[in-house]
Write a protein that binds this ligand. Structure first.
Ligand code: SF4
Length: 452
């Protein structure tokens, strides 16, 4: 890579970040949840888009070099991922490297936290390298419920969105299978090896079947995987305390960033269930519907017919999307749970109901705290033996979650721990996890646990 020049072109933030046609481009996807990233890339490939998951954390030094240290940890990691990938591409292709061939995927969320700024910041970083100015950043936003309008021919946008959502749900189920079987595996390493193999089988299936919406073929394969996965469980291993995870989506899904927290908990005798990725996707659609309903109410009060029509269209659009997503998810889980007793997913409307009932927080304030706070209460009500809140050091929504939830967990006598991460290794972390797990074992002895 050439040396960075430090002139910032603000026009580039508008022109080179957004939704772009992916035809003929290499679409670069950062790895968050490993299975989810690979499956979503396979779905895009099924639609003829050359999607690729970038290696993660190999470029962390580059990420640190081009951030100030005040950014959220996921921003540092993903900045490093894209810079490392492009550096390797430049080395590989030499003068044949063409930045216009790539579109780097970095979605965003509407405020109030910093997720909406990652792609802008990364635009400035890419623009500081003359050779990378023309790498576009493909972004979808929570504002329109992650609409994919414009990235592919209009006639296939809805199918692509459906396929991508379906891949998220299937990945969540495969993750849940791993967490269900690994603590009880017959031989160490069996579960990881099996899940890795299954992920590749499903990737191929997504490439083949997703574009013509042959979802049943993929679910048939998933059924077989679930049946085989179940056989890895050693029935002589006694039941273990059940631990629920909430927190910031990137950190709780990204194994390197959370220093393999699930495995650390398992080492001290836990069976773990992490909050799903689909929960966040459903939340963004749910939020879109909530906002559209409010806007409709306001325009009706003013009797503004033009706005009323527009808002009504939005209500119908988001409402239909949410209905489809929840139905699809319910159907997939029902099929999966008939084979293996994996944990069900939380419904966003139900989580909002808990917040109202307990008067703890409001969806009007937004952010992932809307999911994490009621998610913890739901785990507690369901009979989990402990809850972990995982997040990047200084993450605003997760710090809010911690402040609200900690006293409640104390009152309910349910073990709870915050695990903030950055790239350093905290010397006391292992001891804190071990102590937390001791408490979870005590809770299990006292109260038993939830059956899935
Ligand atoms: S959720 Fe937390 S980590 Fe993510 S952008 Fe917001 S403040 Fe940063």
């Amino acid at each position: 890579m050439m040396r960075p020049d430090n002139v910032i072109d603000f026009q580039s933030l508008i022109e080179n970040v957004g939704r772009f046609d992916l035809k003929g481009k290499t679409f670069l996807i950062p790895e968050m949840a490993r299975i989810g990233a690979h499956m979503i890339a396979a779905s895009f490939r099924g639609f003829g888009i050359n999607a690729k998951v970038m290696e993660t954390c190999k470029g962390l030094d580059l990420g640190k070099e081009h951030t100030s240290g005040k950014e959220c940890y996921p921003c540092q990691i993903t900045t490093g991922d894209i810079l490392y990938f492009l550096k390797k591409e430049q080395e590989r292709l030499a003068e044949n490297f063409n930045p216009k061939d790539y579109i780097y995927f970095m979605p965003e969320a509407e405020g109030p936290c910093r997720f909406g700024m990652y792609n802008k910041y990364q635009r400035i970083v890419l623009d500081s390298f003359p050779s990378l100015k023309n790498v576009k950043i493909g972004s979808v936003t929570t504002k329109d419920g992650y609409s994919l309008e414009g990235v592919i021919e209009k006639s296939r946008v809805r199918d692509l969105r459906k396929g991508a959502y379906f891949s998220v749900v299937v990945s969540d189920i495969l993750d849940r299978l791993l967490w269900r079987i690994r603590p009880y595996e017959k031989e160490p390493g069996m579960a990881d090896e099996f899940i890795s193999k299954s992920m590749h089988i499903l990737e191929t299936a997504f490439e083949q079947y997703v574009a013509n919406k042959n979802f049943n073929k993929i679910l048939d394969l998933l059924d077989e995987i679930l049946e085989q996965g179940k056989m890895i469980i050693d029935p002589t291993i006694p039941e273990k305390p059940l631990i629920g995870i909430v927190g910031e989506i990137y950190l709780r899904s990204h194994i390197q960033a959370n220093q393999d927290l699930i495995r650390a908990l398992e080492r001290y005798g836990a069976e773990v269930v992490n909050a799903s990725v689909a929960e966040w996707v459903n939340y963004t659609t749910y939020e879109g519907l909530r906002s559209a309903k409010k806007a409709l109410k306001r325009s009706t009060k003013r009797f503004d017919l033009g706005e009323m029509r527009q808002n009504l269209e939005k209500v119908i659009g988001f409402g239909g999307e949410l209905f489809y997503q929840q139905l699809r998810q319910k159907h997939c889980y029902k099929r999966a749970k008939a084979r293996v007793d994996i944990a069900s997913d939380h419904k966003v409307g139900h989580l909002e109901g808990i917040l109202k009932e307990e008067d703890l927080y409001s969806f009007d304030a937004g952010t992932e705290a809307c999911l994490s706070i009621p998610g913890v209460i739901e785990y507690a009500r369901e009979g989990y033996n402990g809850v972990v809140n995982v997040y990047p050091f200084t993450c605003m929504p997760s710090t809010v979650t911690s402040a609200i939830i900690k006293p409640l967990m104390n009152k309910m006598r349910i073990p709870y721990i915050d695990t903030p991460y950055d790239s350093s290794v905290q010397p006391g972390r292992e001891t804190a996890i071990r102590t937390f797990m001791y408490q979870a074992h005590q809770h299990y002895k006292r109260c038993g646990r939830k059956a899935h």
